[in-house]
Design a binder for this molecule. Structure first.
Ligand code: DX5
Ligand code: ZN
Length: 218
């Protein structure tokens, strides 16, 4: 598949969120990445249901909701109701990951599992076939605009190998510190979806930055 770009609205100007979503609607981006943080699993608090529901009311691309919260299973149904179409949970926050991924799928959403930078890909051997996508964190979760952790490139290769070995169709998404320099390397290593916050929203022309992320990785 051609790789996809998912702008992370965490880096958008929240006073003009509607305009940011409209710019993404008009762009070549395939998904809209929404980061939900609870101040417990990660040392930051972002936004919740009312904001996501308003984003969903104007968004013309699927919402890819990344849950950085403890016991995420308590809220799957609520996230579906407010418009999440892709929903991912952290491996580190999920005691019953098999059950979680299956219930997300049963609710009609794409189910994703997220690994923190220190969590090895090998831990996914018995679960990767249950996930529609695996999100590899390339920064410690909690904040936008951080420096990319380079060992994720080898993790992408390891994950790709695992997916092929298991005959799975699981997609690989990368989140954190993605920029114009590392994007081609990530795609070459096997990434399918690149999340980018700061790289897109620090650009004067959001649409042009998204196009550039597509072109650089072709
Ligand atoms: C970090 C979030 C990311 C973040 C990425 O915890 O999961 O989605 O918004 O932002 P950048 O691309 O600026 O690192
Ligand atoms: Zn994220």
């Amino acid at each position: 598949m051609k790789h996809w770009i998912a702008p992370s609205v965490l880096s958008a100007d929240f006073l003009h969120l509607g305009e940011a979503i409209n710019q993404i609607n008009r762009s070549s981006a395939e998904l809209i990445h929404i980061d939900v943080m609870d101040g417990v699993f990660v040392p930051n608090i972002s936004y919740g249901f009312p904001i996501i529901s308003q984003i969903a009311s104007v968004a013309e691309k699927p919402l890819d909701v990344h849950l950085m919260i403890t016991q995420p299973e308590r809220y799957f149904e609520r996230f579906r109701e407010v418009g999440a179409q892709w929903l991912s949970v952290h491996y580190e926050a999920s005691i019953h990951l098999h059950r979680s991924l299956n219930s997300i799928r049963q609710m009609g959403m794409k189910a994703g599992v997220v690994l923190n930078p220190h969590t090895p890909v090998s831990l996914l051997a018995d679960i990767v076939t249950e996930a529609d996508y695996v999100l590899l964190m390339s920064v410690n979760p909690g904040f936008g605009g951080q420096i990319f952790i380079t060992n994720v490139i080898q993790k992408i290769r390891d994950l790709k190998e695992l997916i092929l070995r298991k005959n799975a169709t699981t997609l690989i998404e990368i989140d954190g510190g993605v920029d114009f320099i590392n994007a081609p390397l990530l795609v070459e290593a096997g990434a399918d979806i690149l999340v980018a916050g700061n790289t897109i929203f620090s650009h004067a022309d959001i649409g042009a930055a998204i196009d550039k992320l597509h072109q650089l990785t072709e």
